[in-house]
Design a protein around this ligand. Structure first.
Ligand code: SF4
Ligand code: SF4
Length: 111
């Protein structure tokens, strides 16, 4: 084969369908307001912990739908449960409730 001086990158497709979405289904049952999130990012913009840590609650909300449990488990412990995100959420998501249920789920699933 002729060498054109470049190579084709490996596929960067992320197969979300193959992730375990048990956390999402659990939250839909115990804290249904999780489904109202429109990923606006207001929670992240106001987050007290986000000012001095890598906590990004908007990204956690996306990760819940994508089944990225390892990322969520690593980040969620930085939350101080101050509730500011709940005050600014335009969709009235019970963010503190979501966070507490995530912690409860992770504890019971021994991730
Ligand atoms: S502020 Fe509410 S609607 Fe916006 S990303 Fe955060 S949880 Fe979702
Ligand atoms: S409750 Fe947690 S995620 Fe929400 S603003 Fe406070 S520290 Fe950030």
């Amino acid at each position: 084969m002729k060498n054109f001086g470049f190579s084709v990158n490996k596929s960067r497709v992320i197969e979300y369908d193959q992730n375990d979405r048990a956390l999402f289904y659990y939250l839909m049952r115990v804290e249904p307001s999780v489904s109202l999130c429109i990923a606006c990012g207001a929670c992240t913009a106001t987050c007290s912990a986000g000012a001095f840590s890598s906590l990004d609650f908007h990204k956690i909300m996306l990760s819940i739908r994508r089944g990225e449990k390892v990322y969520i488990a690593k980040e969620i412990t930085q939350c101080m449960l101050c509730g500011k995100c709940q005050l600014v959420c335009p969709k009235n998501v019970n963010t503190r409730g979501v966070i507490l249920q995530i912690l409860s789920f992770l504890q019971s699933s021994q991730l």
